[in-house]
Design a protein around this ligand. Structure first.
Ligand SMILES: Cc1cc2nc3c(=O)[nH]c(=O)nc-3n(C[C@H](O)[C@H](O)[C@H](O)COP(=O)(O)OP(=O)(O)OC[C@H]3O[C@@H](n4cnc5c(N)ncnc54)[C@H](O)[C@@H]3O)c2cc1C
Length: 158
């Protein structure tokens, strides 16, 4: 078996034992899975509503994909935007781009509210192009972002 070298899992409490649910439990909202999706969902429900939340985790907190990720949050789709427009239409793509961009604010909010004292930095990345087609593709995407009323992410072309 491979040794797990994830720095996130390394920081977690390994002595905490899972507690099986012994009796029926009354809750407003049950969340299955204590990865980033479950934890952040619980965070915003608890912050903005009066609902009681219970998270059920079959293993350990953040030991799934969340505990193994590379720690990068990149606000872009893996598929070109014009491809998404072709499949889902302009309106849905526009909404998806807006949602994606707003995730920064959500991360900031969790980080600030939790009073975290861990490295959280923003960087403007470089984007490399190796042929003319890639340049033309990004120009098409920039046009869609412009039509969606968004300022394109700062880009530096090398
Ligand atoms: C090697 C690697 C690198 C990555 N790098 C990045 C990155 O740099 N940036 C990025 O944004 N994303 C990255 N990802 C993807 C990212 O980590 C995942 O998309 C994200 O963590 C998924 O979170 P999740 O909460 O949906 O799932 P998980 O973190 O997997 O959490 C799901 C939880 O649900 C529990 N569960 C499942 N079924 C049940 C059940 N029936 N009952 C109770 N509990 C259950 C599991 O035990 C688990 O703890 C990476 C992923 C990997 C594997």
């Amino acid at each position: 078996m491979k040794i797990n070298k994830s720095p996130w899992i390394h920081q977690l409490d390994h002595t905490r034992k899972p507690v099986p649910l012994g009796t029926d439990l009354d809750t407003d909202i049950a969340i299955i899975g204590a990865g980033i999706a479950g934890i952040s969902t619980a965070f915003f429900i608890l912050k903005y509503t009066k609902h009681r939340v219970t998270i059920f985790e079959q293993g350990k907190l953040a030991h799934g994909a969340t505990g193994h990720n590379a720690g990068q949050a990149i606000a872009r789709f893996e598929r070109p935007l014009y491809d998404l427009v072709d499949e889902f239409g302009f309106k849905k793509t526009k909404n998806a781009i807006h949602d994606l961009r707003s995730t920064w604010a959500l991360l900031d909010e969790m980080y600030t509210d939790a009073n975290l004292n861990i490295l959280f930095s923003r960087v403007s990345g470089f984007r490399g192009f190796s042929d003319l087609n890639q340049v033309l593709e990004i120009l098409k995407d920039l046009e869609i972002e412009h039509m969606a009323g968004l300022t394109p992410n700062k880009m530096q072309i090398r």
